[in-house]
Design a protein around this ligand. Structure first.
Ligand SMILES: Nc1ncnc2c1ncn2[C@@H]1O[C@H](COP(=O)(O)OP(=O)(O)OP(=O)(O)O)[C@@H](O)[C@H]1O
Length: 675
């Protein structure tokens, strides 16, 4: 321990010098004279680097050590030794590192070596640190060695330090798992950048953790490709994004976009709420067909030929020839705006051929002028006009004839009525758009012009994406890859996926492999049992989950007074360590929060998720992806009947519990919970 603590001190000194060095370089970089633009770029780079280093939260400099077996061939009998930490620590850039980054290729061995397959490792050492440590040497509290070269070596799952990490009380935002990534998780984290993968994971199997660590790994391993192309994390809602927001910074990545799909496609403030029937139709992929037709309904065969004056000449192009150009360009399938330019170019080429046959060569300037000439511009305006998504969608949703023409054979009359706006706006400028309308606008915008894409997109809770949301993501990752994370059993959206194959097709990655994760790191066995009964009742095709945790308590109480029983349950829970969530049907939350406040408890709302308040009162619809040591579920029957996929919702709710689950009910329990 004394030696290791001394090593901690050495690392900390080196880290301080690293940060100071980066700051010093900023000062030096700003003084670089000569090429002003270059100096500015350099200055910006150095400032960013210094800011990053200063922003990175300081924590223990390392969490593990690998001692390789003696390598005799090299005649080197000193054991090769590596410390593994959240990032590289070195005394100066050229010196061998004191600590290697967990993402470096050598670190892979740290996660993958086992007694069965030691990979040259003699011993793996895990370090235990005081909770919340900033890395002071005295915070190093324990160490544990696995001798992989000895027959009796045990599995990493049997490590007390790993077990303590998995069972530690939860409070505040989600944390990284760099110190304890399991081999099957590591395989996913380190997958190739070009390969899209889909993880079907049981609740608490580490999907979110894997997705975030994969993002950090990819940024480290392919910095050029990803900093240029960009990396995006998509999560289900703001509450969730707040909860996960500190994981990437703790892994040294501070500038990653973390958005909801709604953020990704936002173009206008949301000022309308769709009735469910309209929303479901707008989220379905049939809508894509209708929108494409609506956009291309603007393309028409010209009725007249055109004539362009060129000095003393007049060149004509026949309407039938123009029609052929339009059809051919349409058939190439290029985006609408590109198609419009292709039509222009081809019409100019037809005119140029005539002109050159009769009057000799024409210049590029001539071609450009002809392309902008009144007759050609008028032709384009009539046959392939400029399209603005707002105009196309507003017309479709307010003009029954336009909708009927575009939706013929796709939506029946009743569905068309459901789609039409009750009060059409005077123009699309005054239109009040709904959340789903943004998807329609995005779809049309994507047909008009390809959006900028990302090099890699991590999509969490992907089982809930609608086909139209998937398409919005597919457009942005057409030339990149995806990490798709989710659990079909937790699908609660009315349009949620029935199978991963279908979902992956909508996401444009039909060939991605689907990998199951079935070991639960959150939900204890006592809670997993009723949860697995719920899964069976849902009838979805997912492998059953196995809990790694044998602790955990489940209590089910029939009560008379829900508010009173909730207050009592919270009071009892506060005697134990960790976070507490009271979860109820959305409509019941306000009253429960009121009762808890009246009893003197300070409670956090969904907006305060990730802060350190111990008791939260949350509607069932926002808890996806979150976790609490102690969960009090209030009136499961009300949660189930609040929505169409209420039983799926209940499954989400009960699987938030890390250690203890209290179920309070006045009404009969939903069948699978009753056991
Ligand atoms: N290898 C690991 N070591 C320690 N903790 C882990 C490990 N893997 C996962 N965990 C912890 O287990 C909990 C659940 O992980 P995570 O939220 O990523 O699961 P999930 O599959 O996304 O769950 P859900 O489907 O319920 O959203 C988290 O607290 C996470 O830190």
């Amino acid at each position: 321990m004394a030696q290791e603590r001394a090593y901690v001190a050495t690392c900390r000194e080196a880290m301080t010098r690293q940060v100071d060095g980066a700051r010093h370089q900023v000062v030096a970089g700003e003084d670089v004279s000569g090429d002003g633009a270059g100096a500015e770029v350099l200055g910006r780079y150095l400032r960013t680097r210094a800011r990053r280093m200063a922003e990175e939260p300081d924590g223990p400099p390392f969490f593990g050590r690998l001692d390789f077996a003696d390598s005799e061939e090299a005649g080197d009998h000193r054991r090769q030794r590596y410390y593994v930490g959240r990032r590289r620590v070195s005394e100066h850039p050229a010196a061998p590192p004191l600590v290697i980054d967990w993402r470096a290729p050598v670190s892979r061995t740290y996660y993958q070596a086992s007694a069965r397959d030691p990979r040259g490792v003699a011993a793996r050492r895990r370090f235990g640190w005081a909770p919340g440590s900033h890395g002071a040497p005295e915070d190093l509290t324990g160490l544990e060695d696995e001798h992989l070269d000895r027959a009796a070596a045990h599995d990493s799952a049997a490590s007390a330090i790993v077990a303590a990490e998995i069972e530690r009380p939860r409070l505040g935002p989600m944390r990284d798992i760099a110190a304890t990534i399991q081999p099957e998780q590591d395989d996913l984290v380190r997958g190739e950048l070009n390969e899209s993968v889909c993880v079907q994971g049981a609740p608490g199997s580490g999907k979110t953790a894997v997705g975030l660590h994969r993002a950090a790994y990819l940024l480290y391993t392919f910095p050029e490709r990803l900093r240029r192309g960009g990396l995006l994390i998509i999560g289900p809602n703001r509450t969730f994004l707040r909860y996960i927001s500190e994981v990437l910074p703790s892994l040294g990545e501070v500038d990653i976009a973390q958005l909801t799909v709604e953020d990704v496609v936002a173009r206008h403030p949301v000022r309308r709420v769709d009735p469910e029937e309209a929303a479901v139709l707008k989220h379905s992929d049939r809508m894509a067909t209708v929108l494409e037709r609506a956009l291309y309904a603007r393309v028409a065969h010209p009725v007249e030929s055109i004539a362009v004056t060129d000095g003393s000449y007049r060149w004509r192009v026949d309407s039938s020839e123009l029609a052929r150009v339009i059809d051919e360009v349409r058939a190439t399938g290029v985006p609408y705006a590109v198609g419009r330019e292709h039509v222009r170019t081809r019409v100019v080429a037809l005119i140029q051929q005539q002109a050159e046959r009769r009057a000799g060569p024409r210049s590029v300037t001539w071609a450009r002028r002809t392309g902008r000439s009144k007759p050609v511009a008028a032709l384009l305006e009539a046959a392939w006009p400029v399209a603005r998504p707002e105009e196309v969608v507003a017309r479709l949703l307010s003009d029954p004839a336009a909708l009927e023409a575009a939706a013929d054979g796709v939506f029946d009359a009743g569905e068309q009525r459901a789609l039409l706006w009750a009060e059409p706006p005077r123009s699309e400028r005054s239109a009040a758009w709904s959340v789903a309308d943004m998807l329609l606008l995005d779809e049309v915008a994507g047909l008009v012009e390809r959006p900028d894409g990302y090099g890699h997109v991590v999509v969490d809770e992907a089982q809930d994406l609608s086909p139209m949301q998937c398409r919005a993501i597919a457009r942005r990752s057409a030339f990149g890859s995806l990490t798709v994370l989710g659990d079909l059993a937790q699908a609660t959206a009315p349009w949620a996926a029935g199978s991963w194959r279908e979902q992956l097709e909508h996401l444009g990655k039909a060939r991605a492999t689907v990998v199951p994760l079935t070991t639960g790191f959150r939900v204890p066995a006592a809670v997993m049992e009723p949860a697995n009964r719920l899964v069976r009742a849902l009838g979805v095709d997912v492998p059953p989950a196995r809990s790694l945790r044998h602790d955990g308590e489940l209590t089910v109480s029939a009560v008379d007074d829900l508010a009173g029983a909730t207050v009592a349950a919270v009071r009892a829970a506060l005697d134990r360590e960790g976070s507490i969530a009271v979860i109820a049907a959305d409509g019941a939350v306000a009253a429960l929060a009121q009762a808890l406040r009246a009893a003197g408890f300070e409670t956090a709302t969904a907006e305060e998720v990730g802060t350190a308040k111990r008791v939260s009162v949350l509607p069932a619809t926002v808890v996806k992806g979150l976790e609490y040591d102690h969960v009090v579920v209030v009136e499961p029957a009300a949660i189930v009947e609040s929505e169409r996929r209420g039983l799926h919702r209940l499954y989400v709710v009960v699987t938030r519990a890390v250690s203890r689950l209290d179920v309070l009910h006045t009404r009969p329990l939903p069948e699978p919970l009753a056991g």
